[in-house]
Design a protein around this ligand. Structure first.
Ligand SMILES: C[S@@+](CC[C@H](N)C(=O)[O-])C[C@H]1O[C@@H](n2cnc3c(N)ncnc32)[C@H](O)[C@@H]1O
Length: 261
């Protein structure tokens, strides 16, 4: 029940961001493009874009593969995709944790910056493994521990509340992958530092991405102006001589294959 509520909140947050999402999705574009070279070179495949959002990458996948399915928890994201992207993309409103597909039915699952919202991760990995054909690929990017460390550290100087989502470590991610018997063909981690004019700009971009929801956060917007002011003062420690404010995203990308049994 609690989990269901959290997923509704996630869908709502992303949904209300669907129109502004494409302008603020610098990180998504970078990381999603980074995954494209791992896609197979065959056209006659069925590919799922898991957590397709505004369908930017479903559109690219549709130029390469015979059947592309864009799946998302948020109806608003799918409405945007339906209006703005290739009409041949099959759109599905569903939860990644419970996929409405038959066992062994998909050739590739592509997922850019989604699985960090899905808990428990092992259940999600088992579900993806179920729907993939033997030999099928799961091509994925996610954020790991170290992401937004500047913002976490600035908030930590203000109070003990959790203001930023917890990200798994790369080691624990790999452990989960291996425990469900996926074969890990490739894994890469890189820290991307994006530049912001000020902390408000960063907060605005996180909001535009729908990434402003912290599960179980009790204090919501009531941190109040004073706490916000203290946090932005603490963030000054990270300001660079050029005057820009960096925010780090620890990006982990991987290519997994479902073993042939
Ligand atoms: C950061 S966006 C990434 C969108 C897209 N993959 C891209 O690269 O532009 C995350 C997306 O995942 C979706 N999402 C989050 N949790 C989900 C879940 N459990 N099942 C399906 N979609 C989910 C959100 O609604 C949102 O559209």
């Amino acid at each position: 029940m609690v989990l269901k509520h959290q997923q509704q909140k996630i869908a709502q947050n992303f949904g209300s961001a669907s129109a502004s999402y494409d302008v603020s999705a610098r990180l998504q574009r970078f990381s999603g493009k980074h995954l494209l070279p791992w896609l197979p070179n065959r056209h006659d495949l069925t590919v799922l874009d898991l957590g397709c959002g505004t369908g930017f990458f479903s559109d690219i996948l549709a130029t390469r593969f015979e059947t592309v399915i864009g799946l998302d928890l948020s109806k608003d994201m799918l409405a945007y995709t339906s209006e703005n992207r290739n009409q041949d993309i099959h759109l599905v409103n569903a939860n990644a944790m419970s996929l409405p597909f038959l066992d062994n039915s998909l050739d590739v699952v592509y997922s850019n910056l989604v699985i960090q919202w899905c808990n428990p991760l092992i259940d999600l990995l088992n579900e993806i493994k179920r729907v993939l054909k033997p030999g099928g690929l799961f091509i994925v990017s996610t954020l790991v521990d170290g992401t937004l460390f500047e913002l976490k550290s600035a908030w930590a100087q203000v109070d003990d509340e959790k203001h930023v989502i917890d990200f798994k470590t790369k080691e624990s991610l790999i452990h989960d992958i291996e425990s469900v018997d996926f074969d890990l063909l490739e894994v890469k981690q890189q820290d991307i530092a994006l530049e912001y004019e000020n902390v408000r700009h960063l907060a605005h971009e996180l909001k535009g991405l729908g990434a402003n929801h912290v599960p179980n956060k009790s204090n919501k917007g009531l941190a109040g102006k004073d706490k916000w002011r203290k946090m932005t003062l603490a963030y000054e420690d990270f300001r660079e001589p050029s005057g820009i404010y960096p925010a780090t995203y620890a990006l982990c990308s991987a290519m997994l294959v479902k073993l042939n049994y």
